[in-house]
Design a protein around this ligand. Structure first.
Ligand code: BEZ
Length: 238
């Protein structure tokens, strides 16, 4: 009982809620999150520590893909519980010395938050003591243009993230908003999308009788085509 009372309360943000706000020092100056990012999507991600190999591979990949995410109106913000000077030294080393997977001379231009006090990491449930008391796990928060958390993915320390999946999830959520659809398993732009399930017996009947661009596997499971071009023209900046 005493142990339970002594345990620190750890908050875990949830999908559909406002992203917890904070002010932080970063490698690009002070940021107020999520207020500074209104109107953009943001991927807020944590990593365990500077000067570690998996994190280095991830940072180089994020920086390499930053313009691709930017085209989808998405900014990147990183965090670890290391200090600012460690962050600066690590990012300089990456640029000056590391050549990896065809990437070299990589400059990380997005902000990397210093969080020695773990204030932000604790707010976002990035410290998961079963994995580590001293390092943040690899958390990914997708925050939309209104500051609402739309998706959360957690990875353990040993597992580098899949960037194709992060980008796919971002585009799928933006497509769901823009076209009022849902996306099926393994969806990629250009694949059929799912239209909202019939909400009445009449609509269910109509769906089964309709021809044209709807394809119904049953009354509750109908898809339609949206071309890759339509998705990209709607979502991506010119
Ligand atoms: C890494 O980034 O390589 C790493 C960091 C913490 C624990 C294990 C691996």
């Amino acid at each position: 009982m005493e142990n339970i009372l002594k345990q620190e309360a750890v908050s875990m943000p949830r999908i559909g809620e406002n992203a917890p706000s904070f002010k932080a020092i970063t490698t690009q100056g002070i940021i107020n999150f999520p207020g500074d990012y209104k109107g953009s999507w943001v991927i807020l991600f944590s990593h365990p520590a500077d000067f570690t190999p998996v994190c280095t591979s991830e940072f180089m990949t994020f920086a390499h893909l930053e313009s691709k995410f930017e085209k989808a109106n998405c900014k990147l913000v990183g965090l670890s519980v290391d200090g600012l000077y460690s962050h600066i030294a690590w990012l300089r080393t990456i640029k000056e010395k590391i050549e990896y997977n065809g990437m070299k001379d990589i400059e990380v231009k997005f902000p990397l938050i210093e969080d020695i006090t773990m204030e932000v990491a604790k707010k976002y449930g990035m410290i998961q003591p079963g994995e580590s008391n001293t390092k943040a796990v690899r958390a990914v928060f997708f925050v939309d243009t209104k500051g609402i958390i739309r998706a959360i993915i957690y990875y353990p320390l040993s597992l580098g993230r899949n960037f194709d999946e992060l980008y796919r999830a971002l585009i799928a959520m933006q497509a769901a908003d823009a076209f009022s659809i849902a996306t099926p398993a393994d969806w990629q732009p250009g694949n059929d999308v799912i239209i909202p399930t019939a909400g009445s017996c009449g609509v269910a009947k109509e769906r089964m009788e309709l021809k044209g661009d709807l394809k119904c596997y049953d009354w509750f499971f109908c898809t339609k085509k949206i071309s890759k071009e339509d998705i990209e023209n709607t979502i991506l900046k010119k």
